[in-house]
Design a protein around this ligand. Sequence first.
Ligand SMILES: Nc1nc2c(c(=O)[nH]1)N[C@H]1C(S)=C(S)[C@@H](COP(=O)(O)OP(=O)(O)OC[C@H]3O[C@@H](n4cnc5c(N)ncnc54)[C@H](O)[C@@H]3O)O[C@H]1N2
Ligand code: MOO
Length: 401
Amino acid sequence: MIDPSQALTRIVSDLPLMGTETVSLTEAAGRITAAPVLARLSNPPADVSAMDGYAVRAADTAAGTNLLITGEAPAGHPSDQTVTAGTCVRLFTGSVMPSGADAVLIQENTTRNSDRITVTQPVAPGRFIRPHGQDFTRGQPVIPAGKRLSARDIGLAAAAGCPWITVRRRPRVAILSTGDEIVLPGDTVPPGSIIGSAAFMLAALLKDAGADPVILPVAKDAAGDIRQATTGLGTTDMLLTIGGASVGDYDLVKAALGEAGLVTDFWKIAMRPGKPLMFGHLNGTPVIGLPGNPVAAFVCGIVFVLPALRKMTGDTTSDHGQDIATLASDLPANDLRFDHLRATLKRDGQGTLLATPFPKQDSGMMSPLATCDALILRPAHAPAASAGETCRIIRFGRRDD
Ligand SMILES: Nc1nc2c(c(=O)[nH]1)N[C@H]1C(S)=C(S)[C@@H](COP(=O)(O)OP(=O)(O)OC[C@H]3O[C@@H](n4cnc5c(N)ncnc54)[C@H](O)[C@@H]3O)O[C@H]1N2
Ligand code: MOO
């Protein structure tokens, strides 16, 4: 058995970087930029007013001063008037500043009488002007390469005048469940059968991570069936198998794919859940053999498949979900397998993030997995820990808006 960090290094080390494609802004959320996004204009494109009021010379705004309104510059309609001593130009939020003015006098600080205003409160030079390019300037990289695009990034790219973005192609990931006992959700479940939940859970996880998952038909516990299912991999960028990874007489994935040309890199890791994890290449396609216990398959998805996808898409900025919390209960010493305990999180009155592990950590139990907020990370041979000690966690459900 190798340790999980070694396993991760071996999985990600020689994964290829995906090619690129150009997508429209409406398709770009969640994708990974393949090149920096360069601003095609400056923002604001000119000095503009931040308020409704009057473009003035600040020196002219002593209380009681009377100014002549020489023109109006609504947003979208710049004025060609120059503000000179004793004059002002009416403008609104977003209006381009006319020449000669160095401040915006907000209308609340004036009284108006026909085409004249009287200043009730002076204004300082530069006040309420958004200077040209204060947000970004033309040609500036506003979004780096390797960034997963959030809704805010999409807004920034739009503001920078970029309707198209060059992103990494989504990795196509085939997911193959194996096992005579596996039926699909909604099927009748004959005695001894179980619903193959893991493929659907992983497909959802991968889709959210920017991959293009395909769920293959379930393969029986027969070498020929498993091989047959993998013959049409074609342009698949990665194959995930589920189940048949352990040491039982019907755990055939490694042997069956071995006959088809699988070159195994490693099999079995010192991790819980996830011990029988396998990694190799089948005719050049990376293959991750996940354990059948659905919680083990999912945790391996989080710990190995997501980093693999990040490597393939060049994603250097995603939050890996690692965090620190405080244990809410004691934990016994750990054995030789790096553990991932399903736990709930809550804040106490002082704002401390408390992690409470579920009492049962069976890797076939779906409801604690679905209701947990985090995995508590317990390294191999970690000594017993007491409530109040800090622990490392991987948090779930953090949205990247
Ligand atoms: N003698 C040993 N037995 C086991 C060991 C071991 O080291 N020695 N390891 C255990 C560990 S850890 C795990 S994890 C499991 C994984 O074994 P397999 O990958 O061979 O998985 P299966 O036996 O095919 O299935 C295990 C369990 O999960 C159910 N299953 C399978 N596929 C799915 C699916 N797609 N969705 C939901 N549930 C699935 C299956 O019916 C079994 O109940 O091995 C231990 N045994
Ligand atoms: O990987 Mo297994 O889930 O520890 O039972």
